[in-house]
Every structure is written in C-alpha cells, then in structure tokens.
Design a protein around this ligand. Structure first.
Ligand code: GLC
Length: 516
C-alpha cells in the first residue's frame, strides 16, 4: 500500500524535529516500509530541506491562495530507502522567521495567526500537488495534527479537489491542546482570507466553543475516515471534557465529535514506538555523567552567554567536587512546556512542588535537560540557582539526553497529560525506571510497582501530594531494597514498544481500505 503522510516535522531530516511528531515521522514510515509498504512524507521545506545534499527540484505548481496566485516548488529529498520518499514544498512563507524555523510563535492575543496561514497554504499546495500529480497519488492520505488538518476539508469540500476526494484519509491526533483555531472572517489569518469566496459547510468545521471560528482539527476529526490517537488511554481520555479544576485534560472541546467518531468505529488508539538498537548507550559513573553535562553546557555558553548556563556550570563544578556515588540521581528530559512541568511548578504552601521534591531527596540530585517555554526556563533557573541539588541544563544535545536516559536512577515524567510520550520509553529502554502521572501513554507503558511508579489524583493538589509520596516510596526502595530495584530496572528494560507492532496495528485498524 502507498501511504502519503503530511506533517509539519520530519525528524529524519537534519533540523526537522521540534517535538514528538518529528520522532514519529522519522520512525513510523521506516517501520511501514519494512512491512512492505511504500511511504511518501511531505513537509514544508522551510527554506532548508530543499538545500540538503541531494535535494532536487522536481515540479512547480501554481495555485490560488489568499486571493492571489502563488507558485510552490516541490523537492525530492534523499531518504535511505527506495520505498520511502521525502518531499519538501517550498514557498517564501515557509521561512518567514528565517531559514529552517518550523514554527512561528504568535502572540497570545492572536494565537496561531502566522502558522495557521502557513499551514493553510501547505494544505492548499498539497491538494493542488495531488490533483496535478506533482505528488504521487497514494492509496491512503495520513494527516498529522492540526498543521495537516485543512487538507481533509479541501479534499472533501473544495470543488477543484474532486479527483482526490475518494482517497481514504487518516488523521493522527498527537496533541489536542493545539487545534489551530482561527476566526472565520475579519482577519488576515482567517478562513475567508485564505479561501475568499469559498462556501465550506460550517457544520463540519466551526469550533464548538467559538462559533465565529474555524477549527481545523475538528474538520479533520469529522471528515477523515479513521482517527488515530497516539495511545489507547489517550483515545479514551479525549472522549470526556477537559476539567481544569480536577486537573483532567480530555477532549479540549472536541469530545462530542470524538465520541461520534468512536461510536462510528472510526477512532483507534495505537501506541507509538521506539527503536531498539543492538548496542546500548553505556551507563556512566556519576563523575563521567557530570563531566559530560559540564562539557555540554560549557559549549552552549560559548555560543549563548546566558545566566542559566553560568548557574548550571557552577552547580556541576560543585557536584564534581563530590560526585556521591551512593546518592540517587533523578533525571528529566523533554520540552519545557506547561504540559510537562505544570504540576512540578505549581505552588504548594508558598513554594513549588519541585522545591518540596528536592528537599526530600536528601543527598540525591535532580538533572533536568530541555528547553522551551521562556517563562518556565526562567523559573527553573531561579530555583536551580538557590537549591544545591538541582541542575537545569537548558538546551538539547542528543548525547547528553542519552547519558541521562542510561545513567539516571529514576526518570521523572509528571506531565499533566501525555498523549503518548517518548522519553519514558527511552528511559525504560535504557533500564531506568520512571515515575510518572498515570495518564495517556504513560499509563499504557509503565506498570506500577513492576516496571516503574505511577501516581494519580482527583485534583492538581492531590496529584502533587501523591507525586511526592510516590517519590518517597521510590527512593525508599532504591535505598533499602536493592534487589527489588534491580528487578524493576530489568522489567523496565524488558518492555518492548516497537514501531513494528504499531505499524502492524495501523495496517489492521487504520489503513483498512485495501489498495495496491
Ligand atoms: C505530542 C504529544 C506526545 C506524543 C507526541 C508524538 O508531542 O504531546 O505525548 O508522544 O506528540 O505522538
């Protein structure tokens, strides 16, 4: 079967990954190809993928968008497998923020304004490219998250797309907290501005909460043949409304559409995977782990002279003076977002949950690696400057990420919600048990007391309290029951979340239309 995927990121290309979608688009196509399929992956080129070695312009397509004529150029970018093709589409809009920048960060007053227009152009270009056969016609169109969602609307409701209407489509929900919502009219970034004169049926696309807005995610959920959520638990959670007071993140306004999809047998939860290489990343002594971290931060400081790097360097030098091999090292790796860190940074009687956690570690230490939300980076730096057993490594480096996965004792993932999550699988793969919130993909990958620790709670305050009790229990086991801990490590390392298993379920439950 030939599957054409459309996404904003492709982690297989240098500079092609920002978050978890990049990982999925790097790995899933290869797993499908290994099972005998042909996969084409389309992303914007961002002025960058088209300049990668071996990239070749293959076609140009003219299209109407925003009341003007535009021309986009299609590039084929080399992949390592004959049955896997990467396409990058270029237009000056795709590098508005500078070459290679995937997302634009719009102000909170005009959420998604720039990106919604860029991705509406992407979807228009792909629709046109398919109609004019600049892109190969697939047996299935697989759209990933809101960036690709408008293609479903165009495919079903744009008169010029009749010839591609019958291509079956699948929509993957990676994170419902981002839906790409924009006004219907009255803004340069609105449905009327992108497609002037269009008469798309409102019922399929208007946002259920804001009746003057288009919701691309909703359109895709209503119009695609199959809807895929990235873990079985997340597929259940999104059927219920989000309830902030209870600290529950669910359907984010789209629960009714998702329940319809579930009732119609269109909604499927399939866990993402990770690769299991033959050789494992080595487990490092405390000394070497801290040295690697120090080397990395010193390199970062040489290009960006930030206070957070100075704080981290000072802390790592202190730790190196007394590496404390008999004290636990807790780790956390991931993008710094409210989703991932909100629970740790919430207030608890005048201080944060994170500070409470750090005070319970005694001589134990916590290393946090990642970047993202500037406000969260600031708060972490402020705490790290005061509290001696925290180091905040602000940035990302693959080697250091692998060092933390392989050499930490307990991996923290207290996300308030987690559609799938990848870091916990990488930590487990390296034999590091995880302590995580029992939600979404975390619940589907970690077994309480067997391969890690899970906490839950009926309100954010209860979740925070249970998180702390859970840390106490985990550390007591680490200190007093080395054999039980070893068994936990072995169980974590023995779990298999393979992409082959995910790809097989996709064949059976998503790509169900046959085809050549
Ligand atoms: C999003 C989700 C994450 C998931 C990833 C890939 O980033 O937040 O949980 O693992 O997409 O599907």
């Amino acid at each position: 079967m030939h599957i054409l995927m459309l996404a904003a990121e492709n982690g297989a290309l240098p500079g092609g990954k920002v978050g978890g979608i990049g990982d999925v688009i790097r790995d899933l196509p290869r797993a499908l190809v290994a099972r005998g399929h042909r996969v084409s992956v389309v992303t914007p080129g961002y002025g960058h993928f088209s300049c990668l070695p071996g990239a070749q312009a293959i076609a140009k397509t003219a299209l109407a968008f925003g009341g003007e004529r535009h021309t986009v150029t299609w590039y084929r970018v080399p992949s390592q497998l004959p049955a896997l093709e990467y396409f990058a589409v270029e237009h000056p809009r795709f590098n508005v923020d500078g070459v290679g920048k995937i997302y634009h960060h719009d102000s909170p007053e005009r959420p998604f304004a720039t990106d919604a227009t860029r991705f509406a152009l992407l979807c228009s270009a792909v629709a046109r490219g398919l109609v004019e056969q600049a892109l190969p016609r697939p047996d299935v169109l697989h759209l990933h998250d809101w960036h690709a969602a408008l293609l479903a609307l165009l495919q079903q409701h744009d008169g010029s797309c009749r010839s591609i209407r019958d291509i079956p489509s699948v929509y993957s929900i990676h994170n419902l907290s981002l839906q790409g919502i924009r006004p219907l009219t009255g803004d340069v970034s609105s449905l009327a501005a992108w497609f002037p004169g269009s008469s798309f049926p409102l019922a399929d696309m208007v946002d259920p909460r804001y009746s003057d807005c288009i919701n691309p995610t909703r359109a895709a959920i209503r119009l695609c043949g199959k809807i895929h959520a990235v873990s079985p638990t997340y597929a259940q959670e999104i059927l219920s409304p989000t309830d902030t007071e209870r600290g529950f993140v669910g359907g984010e306004g789209l629960e009714a559409d998702l329940r319809d999809a579930a009732d119609q047998g269109r909604l499927v939860g399939i866990l993402n995977g990770v690769d299991y290489p033959d050789t494992a990343h080595p487990r490092l002594s405390r000394q070497v782990l801290f040295e690697h971290a120090l080397e990395t931060v010193v390199a970062w400081r040489s290009t960006e002279d930030l206070r957070m790097h100075h704080v981290a360097i000072e802390r790592l030098e202190q730790w190196l003076a007394a590496p404390a091999d008999d004290a636990p090292v807790l780790t956390s790796v991931g993008r710094l977002t409210v989703q991932k860190l909100g629970l740790l940074l919430q207030g608890l009687e005048g201080h944060t949950v994170l500070e409470d956690l750090l005070s319970r570690l005694d001589d134990g230490r916590l290393m946090i690696l990642g970047n993202g939300d500037a406000a969260l980076e600031g708060r972490l730096t402020e705490i790290a400057a005061r509290v001696p057993n925290l180091v905040f490594l602000r940035g990302f480096a693959e080697r250091l990420g692998n060092d933390l996965y392989s050499s930490g004792d307990l991996f923290l993932m207290p996300s308030s919600f987690e559609p799938c999550g990848i870091s916990q699988m990488l930590a487990m793969r390296a034999g590091q048990p995880c302590l995580a919130h029992s939600v979404g993909g975390l619940r589907d990958t970690i077994q309480q007391g067997v391969s890690g620790f899970l906490f839950s709670g009926a309100t954010p305050a209860e979740q925070a309290a249970n998180l702390l009790t859970c840390v106490d229990a985990a550390l007591a086991m680490w200190r007093k029951q080395p054999q039980a801990w070893q068994a936990l490590r072995e169980q974590a390392a023995a779990q298999r979340f393979t992409w082959d298993a995910a790809a097989q379920r996709m064949e059976e439950e998503l790509y169900v239309w046959g085809g050549g």
